[in-house]
Design a binder for this molecule. Structure first.
Ligand code: PLP
Length: 401
């Protein structure tokens, strides 16, 4: 018999499992609102035109070889990624106080940052928002950090529990790490206002809490790259230290290319270079060095003014379509006379709406209407189109009445 005979079957991933179930459904009306990936109005995945153009240029360039990248990845990509999130005029970059390493998309950047902190940081507790992206708990826990939650979402208002957040961070042991969603909080779609961010910053700095930003949706939330990086830049502008994990999955549509970056902003250039030397020791035994293709696409686009501008236009079009779907769903529920206050659908931002539908209602909508979503009632607005809004409206209406 197998040496693995005693292995028990693991449960399906809570988010990716939704797509597994969707694929098994043979109904022509089926609708997948679980997946965290952009879809066109026709329900198709989208490759940006500027990405296709960059890929053509890369293919036609015969001087390109397939040698290994350095442990920290493509130098141009790292420099341009730091500029993208911290701003072109960031003093931290000019003073060489930032180390940036190319990692395997957002997930890999978070994991490398977590492994580095677990080895070298003095306070091994990390606070993550409740709720948060399901993978956060595992990423930080498996890296050896002790994971605690801070209050974030208030189901009563379907908005931010700001008092709870301040109380919990105020009570956190000095030096604790705090995971912050830079924008478009997943799964709630609820972000602090600029004024609230400023209060969070003051509290965290006064207590010596270390910010770790997860930036998976820069530009995807508001349609503006600078606006969506506002929270991060506020924390860098005060001269303090922080970490930031960037993903190009959503904002450049490079999901499967697995391209992202981890930046660590330090007090001095000397500290930053010592930090980088240790991050390399984290990466080398995990995967040696990152893949070249996705990072080359990103660098090609970011370093060319025309291509960069083309990207921002395509990015804004994706963000605008999502914002328009929010409005259409809200209008449709209002017109249907569906009981309840649905204004949170247009107030929340980013890819997801936290509907407030409970597990039972979600199960009902899946069974009776073939609509798939995570059991916490989160729906991906990117998976919706003008054509499918009426079907979703009927399902929600039936679920709450
Ligand atoms: N962080 C958040 C909040 C996310 O929603 C996601 C993707 O869904 C990620 C990080 C990482 O995604 P990826 O590893 O595909 O870049």
């Amino acid at each position: 018999s197998s040496v693995f005979a005693n292995i028990v079957r693991a449960p399906e991933d809570a988010i990716l499992g939704v797509t597994v179930a969707y694929n098994k459904d043979s109904s022509p009306d089926k609708l997948n609102l679980g997946v965290g990936a952009y879809r066109t109005e026709e329900g198709k995945p989208l490759v940006l035109k500027v990405v296709r153009r960059a890929e053509q240029m890369l293919v036609n360039d015969n001087s390109r070889v397939k040698e290994y990248l350095p442990i920290v990845g493509l130098a141009d990509f790292n420099k341009l990624s730091a500029k993208l999130i911290f701003g072109a005029d960031s003093p931290a970059i000019q003073e060489n106080r930032v180390t940036t390493v190319q990692c395997l998309s957002g997930t890999g950047s978070l994991r490398v940052g977590a492994e580095f902190l677990a080895r070298h940081y003095h306070q091994l507790t990390i606070y993550i928002p409740n709720p948060t992206w399901g993978n956060h708990t595992k990423i930080f826990g498996l890296a050896g950090l002790s994971v605690k939650a801070y209050r974030y979402y208030d189901p009563a208002t379907r908005g931010l529990d700001f008092q709870g957040l301040l109380e919990d961070l105020g009570a956190a042991p000095s030096g604790s790490i705090v995971l912050l969603h830079a924008c478009a909080h997943n799964p709630t779609g609820v972000d602090p206002t600029i004024e609230q961010w400023e209060q969070i910053r003051q509290l965290m700095r006064s207590k010596g809490l270390l910010p770790f930003f997860d930036s998976a949706y820069q530009g995807f939330a508001s349609g503006n790259l600078d606006a969506d990086a506002g929270s991060v830049r506020m924390f860098v502008a005060d001269g303090g230290e922080c970490l930031a994990a960037q993903s190009y999955a959503k904002n450049m549509g490079l999901y499967g290319e697995r391209v992202g970056a981890l930046s660590i902003v330090c007090k001095t250039a000397d500290v930053a270079s010592r930090v980088e030397s240790q991050v390399k020791l984290v990466i080398r035994p995990m995967y040696s060095n990152p893949p070249i293709h996705g990072a080359s696409i990103v660098a090609t686009i970011l370093k060319d003014r025309d291509m960069y501008n083309e990207w921002t236009v395509e990015l804004k079009a994706m963000a605008d379509r999502i914002i328009s779907m929010r409005q259409q769903l809200f209008d449709s529920l209002s017109a249907r006379g569906t009981p309840g206050d649905w204004s949170h659908i247009i107030k929340q931002i980013g890819m997801f709406t936290f509907t407030g539908l409970n597990t039972k209602q979600v199960a009902f909508m899946t069974k009776e209407y073939h609509i798939y979503m995570t059991s916490d009632g989160r729906i991906s607005m990117a998976g919706l189109s003008s054509r499918t809004v009426p079907h979703l409206t009927e399902a929600i209406h039936a679920a709450v009445t």
